[in-house]
Design a protein around this ligand. Structure first.
Ligand SMILES: Nc1ncnc2c1ncn2[C@@H]1O[C@H](COP(=O)(O)OP(=O)(O)O)[C@@H](O)[C@H]1O
Ligand SMILES: [Mg+2]
Length: 319
């Protein structure tokens, strides 16, 4: 059994222009100690998914449905009070997109790390010691405890944010674009830190990024998301070497290669409006292989034991 199971997650927002169908049935599993990558371009629904998993969605959510399991327990139907007491930050935590820029500027970073422990009535000395251990775990000196955010570099702030996410010893951490605000060299240092944490702490991760190359640096499996649907999931090797969905293929072809002979290509067209959602495959307007069944709802087909694709091209596999 997987540590974490998400099934058919749907999130719609109410807006003045109509209902925005941000997520339209996303399913995936994360095993213990595994990093599952969620890759998709801007606006595909990655942050909505992350916020939904922790029940931190904005007020204008009109519809949130699906099922979520953690260690075999249904956590979707837990009352909010229990979810807050047992799950959020304690078993599942998150590094928000852009979090390093939203540290409290007037609070010492150590106190920002100990805050949830203090709220949980952990004695001050124990909370302090734990924060220092967390700072050391993420590669910072314990002296950083007394500093203010403006005294730290971007890379140090991102380490603090990761320490904050780890302080209650979660089983699963969601990382939403955890390096996108950093210089490339600092980005590599943070990736090394995350790889070490994954290995040393057997931490499970949901690693969210628009950058498939970055995801391939740490993830064991990948899910590719397009217009709020998971169009393909598989092992890192399957998805990178044998991409099945035309969108995954286009995404890979648009990624520059260091030693490649071919120039990266652009994916023609734009993603569909999430307000007037077409039936059938959301990628079909941009797809070079679109054919007549593509305007009908697309099931998920298993192309191998571990690879699944939501595309009619693979429809004959199950007959
Ligand atoms: N609170 C909101 N109200 C209305 N639309 C939203 C809201 N948050 C996100 N969206 C829309 O939902 C879609 C998915 O957004 P998001 O989850 O942020 O994607 P990503 O993180 O992949 O860039 C986008 O079209 C975005 O404009
Ligand atoms: Mg986002």
């Amino acid at each position: 059994m997987a540590l974490f199971e998400a099934r058919d997650i749907q999130i719609h927002y109410q807006t003045s222009k109509g209902i925005v169908h941000a997520l339209n049935g996303i399913s995936f599993d994360v095993d213990k100690g595994e990093a599952f990558g969620i890759v998709g371009e801007s606006g595909s629904g990655k942050t909505s998914l992350a916020l939904g998993l922790l029940r931190l969605l904005p007020r204008n959510v009109e519809h949130y449905a699906g099922s979520l399991g953690l260690g075999g327990e249904d956590i979707m139907n837990l009352p909010e009070n229990e979810f807050r007491m047992k799950i959020r930050w304690k078993k599942i935590s998150m590094v928000f997109q852009g979090a390093m820029n939203s540290l409290n500027p007037v609070m010492r970073v150590g106190n920002q790390i100990t805050e949830p422990l203090r709220e949980g009535k952990v004695p001050k000395k124990d909370a302090h010691d734990r924060a220092v251990r967390m700072l050391e775990l993420v590669g910072l000196s314990g002296d950083i405890f007394a500093r203010y955010p403006h005294e730290l570099s971007g890379g140090m702030k991102q380490r603090v944010v990761i320490a904050m996410a780890l302080v209650q010893d979660p089983q699963l951490i969601i990382l939403d674009e955890p390096t996108s605000a950093l210089d490339v060299s600092i980005q590599a240092q943070i990736m090394n830190l995350l790889k070490r944490l994954k290995w040393e702490k057997k931490l499970s991760m949901i690693f969210i990024t628009h950058d498939i190359a970055l995801a391939s640096d740490i993830c064991d499996r990948l899910g590719v998301i397009y217009a709020g649907e998971m169009v393909e999931t598989g092992s890192l090797e399957d998805v990178l070497q044998r991409p099945k969905h035309p969108y995954t293929q286009a995404l890979l072809a648009s990624t520059p290669r260091l030693h490649g002979e071919t120039k990266p290509s652009f994916i023609p067209g734009i993603p569909p409006s999430l307000i007037a959602m077409p039936d059938g495959c959301k990628f079909r307007e941009r797809c070079p292989y679109a054919f007549e069944p593509c305007d009908k709802t697309v099931p998920v087909f298993a192309t191998s034991k571990n690879q699944k694709v939501q595309c009619w091209l693979y429809g004959d596999i199950h007959g």
